[in-house]
Ligand binder design. Structure first.
Ligand code: SF4
Length: 225
């Protein structure tokens, strides 16, 4: 269950970001959503509130969703990294590797038909190569993530569009295609013998070696999904 993964994540000490975060930002939205957005990492506002995309970039995300007839409650929003990197620096490779098991579990449990990656980090991780966002944005493709085939749709990160009109224009044009892509439904799912983990295979399983969550703590996020 998603809540069990959340209970593991909110006490996670798998990487050094656990020492500097205020709280884990697990993600929020509709756990039955067909559409997921995957950003980079929490910023200062997210770290404070425990929710993803609550600053200016989040407001732009809400506006772009509204323009295509969707709301935050219709989708599920997460980040590659669940804890804020100090001074909003880029996540380090070891942090991404340590954290990606949570994202993989979120995709497995939410079962989206489509995932929009926002910016370079999410796009490179879920596409499994180093091609930059400017070369692949707006180009949908079917990718297998864990055991699930999804339509992967790379987009610019809203933060990159805040102060660059041409980037905002491109992001808005890509958003306008989302309803039609969603209407295609889920791509054909892989048969069991073909299942391959396309996120790095050697991510440790999440369940066994984590401390028990403290009773009653961090309940503020429990109503989010
Ligand atoms: S960033 Fe991810 S792996 Fe690192 S402590 Fe936070 S939840 Fe754990």
């Amino acid at each position: 269950m998603l809540k069990e993964v959340y209970d593991e994540a909110r006490v996670c000490v798998r990487c050094p970001l656990s020492r500097t975060r205020t709280q884990v930002v697990f993600g929020s939205g509709n756990a039955d959503a067909g559409l997921m957005f995957v950003g980079e990492a929490p910023g200062a506002n997210e770290d404070k509130q425990g929710l993803p995309f609550v600053g200016q970039a989040g407001k732009l995300l809400d506006k772009l969703l509204d323009e295509i007839g969707l709301a935050r409650a219709d989708v599920f929003v997460v980040n590659v990294i669940k804890c804020r990197p100090p001074d909003n620096r880029d996540p380090h490779p070891n942090e991404i590797e340590s954290c990606q098991g949570y994202l993989r579990s979120q995709v497995r449990l939410i079962e989206p038909t489509m995932i929009c990656t926002l910016g370079n980090f999410a796009t490179k991780l879920l596409r499994g190569d180093t091609t930059g966002i400017s070369r692949v944005r707006g180009q949908e493709e079917v990718r297998t993530i864990g055991n699930r085939a999804v339509r992967l749709y790379p987009l610019y990160h809203p933060a990159a569009a805040l102060y660059t009109p041409s980037t905002l224009e491109a992001l808005r044009a890509d958003f306008e295609r989302i309803p039609a892509l969603l209407a295609l439904g889920a791509p054909e799912q892989p048969h069991p013998p073909e299942l391959e983990e396309q996120i790095v295979d050697d991510v440790p399983e999440l369940e066994d070696d984590l401390p028990e969550p403290e009773a009653g703590s961090a309940d503020g996020q429990l109503g989010l999904f």
